[in-house]
Write a protein that binds this ligand. Structure first.
Ligand SMILES: [Zn+2]
Length: 97
């Protein structure tokens, strides 16, 4: 199941409740999924995002090297946005060199 799609679906169903933030939805999903103890926090994610993007650009198997990051990206739209922004920046930087 694609968590991002699920997240959007849940969000659409609860638009009448503005206090239902992404954080609340993610927590709700975490309970549903019984998320494992080794799950990354957003802070851990940011610390490793550079490395993850670098590996992707180099064509290394980033998912294999840092599998938990991909999991977190699928669940956390904040980090996913951050990841995509960073990926774009790094790609442009690489092209110019
Ligand atoms: Zn996050």
């Amino acid at each position: 199941m694609n968590l991002q799609n699920l997240l959007n679906r849940i969000r659409n169903q609860f638009t009448a409740q503005p206090e239902l933030t992404d954080e609340v939805v993610v927590k709700f999903l975490n309970i549903l999924e019984q998320v494992r103890e080794d799950e990354l926090s957003c802070t851990d994610m940011y610390a490793k995002l550079d490395e993850f993007v670098e590996n992707e650009i180099k064509g290394e198997d980033a998912d294999k090297l840092t599998p938990l990051l991909r999991e977190h990206l699928d669940m956390c739209s904040d980090c996913c946005d951050e990841y995509e922004a960073l990926l774009t920046i790094v790609e442009h930087t690489t092209e110019e060199q």
